[in-house]
Design a protein around this ligand. Structure first.
Ligand code: TXE
Length: 469
C-alpha cells in the first residue's frame, strides 16, 4: 500500500500516524495519508518562517517566473492529478469534473503570475509625496476543504507565494492525497520552505491557525469552523480571508424561456454533485412558469449518466464522504416527510456514496432543505407569486455568497441584481468565477475576497513611504 507524506522545507516528512483513504465511488483503498502531530505543525511553521525572508527578498520578476513554472508543472501532470482527484474526491474526469479542476488550477496560477502590485503614489503636492508599497505578510496558514481540494488550495497558495509569503497548507482530512501529491510536484520548482504541508483533522487545523507565528489565515470551509478560526486568530492577530460557503438563491424572472436557461440552471445547481460553495441551493420560480422549469430540468436530469467518474461516460459521481451523504439524505427525507414532491433521476450504483439527481418541488421557505446548506445533489424549487417575495426570500438567510437572476433580457435582470445581498450576483449564469474577478461572501458567508488584484492585496500589508520634499 502506498504511503503519502507531508513536505516541510522541501523534504518528505515521515509521520508517526496515518489514516487510510478510500475511493468514495468504489470503496477501494488509495493508500495511507499522514496524520501530523502538533510538533509537526510547529516544525512546518518554523520552516516557513525561515524561508520567508529569503523568498520576500527575491525580485518580483523572479517570483513571477517561479509561479509560471508552477503552472507548467501542473500542466505536465494534469492527467495524473485529475485521476487522483476523481479517485479520491469522486468528481468525474469528464464534464465539469476533475480535468476541469486541474485546468482551473493552471488558470488560477497563470493569472496571479501575470499580475503585479507596483508601488502607488497615493498623494503628492509641492511639499510631500506618499507612496503605498505592498509588503508580504509573512507566513500564511491555508486550510483547504474537500469539495475542490486542488483548486481551492491553489487559490490560497498561489497569491500568497506570488506576493512573497511562505505557506503552511493543511488539506482536508477527507481528501489529503491528491493535494499532497500536487504539493510534492510543484515543490520541484519552489525553494525549500516556501510551501509546506501538515495533514490531519480539525485539531491540527486549530494548532496551525492558532500558532503564534502565523501572519495570515486563508480558510474555506464551514461557518462553525470559521468562527473557531476567528477566535484562534486572537493568539496571533492574523488577518483572515474566510470563505464559508453559501445557500445561493436563483430567481427565474416571470416569463423567462425555461428551455433556454435549463442547462445553465442544471449545472449551476449540480456542479460537483452540488458540493460547491457557490452552487444554486434554492431555486425560486414564478407559479406560472413552475411546471415548465421542472419539466426542462427533469429532461436534463433524466439523461445524466451517474457512476464511477473514472469512466469518461459518467457526468455525475458520488458524494465525497459519508458525513455529506448522510446529511443530504436526511434533508431530502425531511422534505419527503413534510409532503414535498421528491423527484429522483438516474440509476445509482449500489456501492459508493451515490445519490440520485433530485429535484424537490412543493416546498417552501422554512423547510430544512431550503434553509440549510445541503451541499449535495438535491435542489429545492420554490414557487413564488410576486417577484418582491422571491427577492425577500433570497435575502432572507444569513448565508450570502452568491445569487443569480435568470431572465430573457438584461433590462429585467439588472435592477433585481442590485437588490440582492450576496458577494456575487450572476445574471443568466451561476458560479461563473474567473481568476481576474474578486470573489467572496457577504454576511455569514465570510469576509475578504480572493482572485484578481484584490486577492493579491489580501496577502500583503500596506507600507507607506512618506517623503518631505
Ligand atoms: O467542514 P470544516 P467539513 C460545508 C458543507 C459541509 C460542512 C461541513 O455544508 O457539509 O461545511 O464540512 C479544517 N481549526 N462546507 O466538516 O470542518 C478541516 O480539517 C482549523 C462548505 O468538511 O469547516 C478542513 O481542512 N481548521 C465549504 C477544513 O477546516 C479546522 C467547503 C474544512 O472543514 C478546524 C466544505 C479548526 N478548529 C464544507 N476544524 C465551502 N465553503 O464551500 C476543522 N478544520
Amino acid at each position: 500500500m502506498q504511503t503519502f507524506t507531508n513536505l516541510v522545507n522541501g523534504k518528505a516528512v515521515e509521520a508517526a500516524d496515518h489514516q487510510e483513504i478510500f475511493n468514495p465511488a468504489t470503496g477501494d483503498s488509495l493508500g495511507l495519508a499522514p496524520l501530523s502531530s502538533e510538533q509537526d505543525v510547529n516544525d512546518a511553521v518554523i520552516a516557513a518562517r525561515k524561508a520567508q525572508k529569503m523568498w520576500a527578498n527575491t525580485s518580483d520578476q523572479e517570483r513571477q517566473e517561479t509561479v509560471t513554472r508552477v503552472a507548467e508543472i501542473l500542466q505536465d501532470n494534469s492527467e495524473y492529478l485529475a485521476q487522483l482527484v476523481t479517485r479520491e474526491q469522486g468528481k468525474p474526469l469528464a464534464g465539469p469534473g476533475s480535468r476541469f479542476e486541474i485546468q482551473a488550477c493552471i488558470g488560477w496560477t497563470q493569472v496571479p503570475a501575470a499580475l503585479s502590485l507596483p508601488p502607488e503614489t497615493v498623494y503628492e503636492d509641492e511639499e510631500r509625496k506618499d507612496t503605498l508599497h505592498r509588503a508580504p505578510l509573512g507566513v500564511v496558514a491555508a486550510i483547504a476543504p474537500w469539495n475542490w481540494p486542488l483548486m481551492i488550495a491553489i487559490w490560497q497558495i498561489i497569491p500568497a507565494i506570488r506576493m512573497g509569503n511562505t505557506v503552511v497548507l493543511k488539506p482536508s482530512e477527507y481528501t489529503p492525497i491528491a493535494t499532497l501529491e500536487m504539493v510534492r510536484l510543484i515543490n520541484q520548482v519552489l525553494p525549500p520552505g516556501v510551501l509546506n504541508t501538515v495533514s490531519g483533522e480539525g485539531r491540527i487545523g486549530a494548532a496551525l491557525t492558532s500558532h503564534p507565528d502565523i501572519d495570515k489565515i486563508m480558510f474555506t470551509g464551514s461557518e462553525a469552523t470559521g468562527r473557531r478560526i476567528i477566535e484562534a486568530s486572537s493568539r496571533n492577530l492574523a488577518p483572515i480571508t474566510l470563505e464559508l460557503g453559501g445557500n445561493d438563491a436563483a430567481i427565474v424572472v416571470p416569463g423567462t424561456d425555461a428551455k433556454a436557461i435549463s442547462e445553465g440552471l442544471f449545472w449551476g445547481a449540480f456542479l460537483n454533485m452540488g458540493q460547491t460553495c457557490a452552487c444554486i441551493k434554492r431555486l425560486y420560480v414564478h407559479e406560472n412558469d413552475y411546471d415548465q422549469v421542472i419539466a426542462a430540468l427533469s429532461d436534463i436530469a433524466r439523461k445524466m449518466p451517474i457512476g464511477d467518474g473514472m469512466n469518461d461516460a459518467n457526468l455525475i459521481g458520488p458524494l465525497q464522504n459519508e458525513m455529506q451523504y448522510k446529511k443530504v439524505k436526511e434533508l431530502v427525507d425531511d422534505a419527503r416527510t413534510n409532503g414535498c414532491d421528491v423527484m429522483e433521476f438516474g440509476d445509482t450504483p449500489e456501492k459508493g456514496y451515490f445519490l440520485p439527481v433530485t429535484l424537490v418541488g412543493n416546498i417552501s421557505d422554512g423547510q430544512r432543505l431550503v434553509d440549510e446548506e445541503q451541499f449535495g445533489p438535491a435542489l429545492p424549487i420554490v414557487r413564488y407569486r410576486n417577484l418582491d417575495d422571491a427577492i425577500a426570500s433570497a435575502n432572507g438567510l444569513s448565508a450570502a455568497l452568491g445569487a443569480s437572476i435568470w431572465a430573457n433580457s438584461l433590462e429585467e435582470a439588472e435592477p433585481i441584481a442590485l437588490m440582492l445581498e450576496a458577494g456575487t450576483v450572476w445574471i443568466n449564469q451561476h458560479g461563473a468565477i474567473h481568476p481576474m474577478v474578486p470573489f467572496g461572501g457577504n454576511k455569514a458567508s465570510g469576509y475578504g475576497v480572493e482572485f484578481g488584484l484584490e486577492g493579491l492585496k489580501a496577502v500583503t500589508q500596506p507600507r507607506v513611504i512618506s517623503i518631505k520634499k
